[in-house]
Ligand binder design. Sequence first.
Ligand code: RFL
Ligand code: PHB
Length: 394
Amino acid sequence: MQTQVAIIGAGPAGLLLAHMLHRRGIESVILERHSRAYIERRIRAGVMEHDVAALLERVGLGARMRREGLVHQGINLRFAGRTVRVDFAGLVGRSVMVYGQHEVVKDMVRARLEAGGTILFEAEAVRLEGLEGERPVVVFRHGGLEERLEAAVVAGCDGFHGIARRSIPAAHITTFERRYPYAWLGILAEARPASEELIYARHERGFALLSMRSPTLSRLYIQVPPTTDLADWPDERIWDELELRLAAPGFHLERGPVVQKDLTVMRSFVTEPMRYGRLLLAGDAAHIVPPTGAKGLNLAVADVTHLARALFAFFERGDERPFEAYSRLCLQRIWQVQHFSWWMTTMLHREEGALPFDHHRQLGELEAVTGSRAALTWLAEHYTGLPLDFSEIA
Ligand code: RFL
Ligand code: PHB
C-alpha cells in the first residue's frame, strides 16, 4: 500500500489531520489498532476550548456539536465551604464547549468515510522503517497478516502508549516527566447534572469534579490513590464520597445508574523534539497533561494545525523547512499548557503526606486567585484556551 501521509491512530489528532489534508487534496491512510465501535464508545475528554470549537466549525465538523454541545460561560471553584464562579464571558469574552470526545470522534470518522477516505480499523502498526529516508514504511498487522504502508511522511498520532515515539532512537529525543501521587476515579452516570457549570472542588478528603455530557448524563471524578482497585469502590461508596467532597449550602447531588467507571493516572510528559526525519508526532504521542486543566484534546488539535500547515507546504511547494519549525511552534504552547495543567492540579488536589503548611498555603492560594480579577482573568484565558493560529485553515 502507498499513500502520501501514513497516519497512525484514529484519535482526535489522527482523524482531524486526515480531514484537514483531504480538504487540501492530500491523501492519507489511517491505521487504527482498535475497532470502530471501540473508539466511538471510549469516554475521555469533554471540554473544548473556544478556538478548538471554532476550528471544528471552520473545517466542517461542527454541525452536531453546535446542536448537541453545551456552551459554558464559566466554571466554579469550590473550597473551604465557598463557591466562586470564574466568569469566562465577563473576564475574557470567551467560552468553552462541553461535548464528549467520543462524539467528536464519531463525527470525524463519519466525515472521513463519507469523503471516501481510508481508515483501517483493527490494524496495528508494529514497526517503522526508513524514517531517515524519503519513503518511510509503516509495518502493520491486519487480519492476521503483516502488511506495509509506504508514504512520504508518517504522522505519529498513536497516543501515549503508541509505537511512534518509541521508534525514535533515544539519542535523538529528550523526555521530561512528572508523576503525581494521585489518580482520578471517574464515573459516567445517567443522572441530571447537579450544576449547570463544572465544579472543581478542593476538599480535605481530596479533589472532586462535577462535569457532564448532556442534560441527563453526569461525568464525575474523585481523587484517589494511584493504587486504587475499582472493585473497592461500589457505586454507593462513590456517590457518598462525591456528596461529601462537593457539599455546599443548597447543593443537592442527583444519583443515577453508573454506566461507566474508570481510573486515570496523572502525569505530565513532554517529548522534544516532536520529529525525527520523516516522522512527526502529534497529540498524546508527544505529550501528556494531568486532566485538571481539560487540555489534552485541545493540545492535540493545536499540534495538528501546525502539522497540517507543514504538510501543505511540503506537498504543495516541496518546502521541507516547516518540518524543522514544527516542534518549536508546538512546544511554545505545550509548555504553557503544561504549566497551567500542573498549576490547576497542584492547587486543587490534596497530597498525602504534605505538611500542614502546604494545606494552609493551598487555601491561601485559592483565596488569592479568587480574590483577584487579574488572577481570575489569567485562569480564564488559559482555561478557554490560548489563541489558535487559523492561517491556511479553510
Ligand atoms: P488518542 O485519543 O489516545 O488516540 C490515539 C489512537 O491511536 C491508537 N493506537 C494505534 N493505532 C495503530 N497502531 C498502534 N500501534 C497504535 N497505538 C495506539 C489508539 O487506539 C487510539 O485510538 O490520542 P490523541 O489523538 O493524541 O488525542 C488525545 C486525547 O485523547 C487526550 O489528550 C484527551 O482525552 C485527554 N483528556 C482531556 N482532554 C481535554 O482536552 N479535555 C478534557 O476534558 C479531558 N479530559 C482526558 C480527560 C483524558 C482522560 N483519560 C481517560 C486519559 C479525561 C480523562 C479521564
Ligand atoms: C470531563 O468532562 O471529562 C472533564 C472535564 C473537565 C476536566 C477534565 C475532564 O478538567
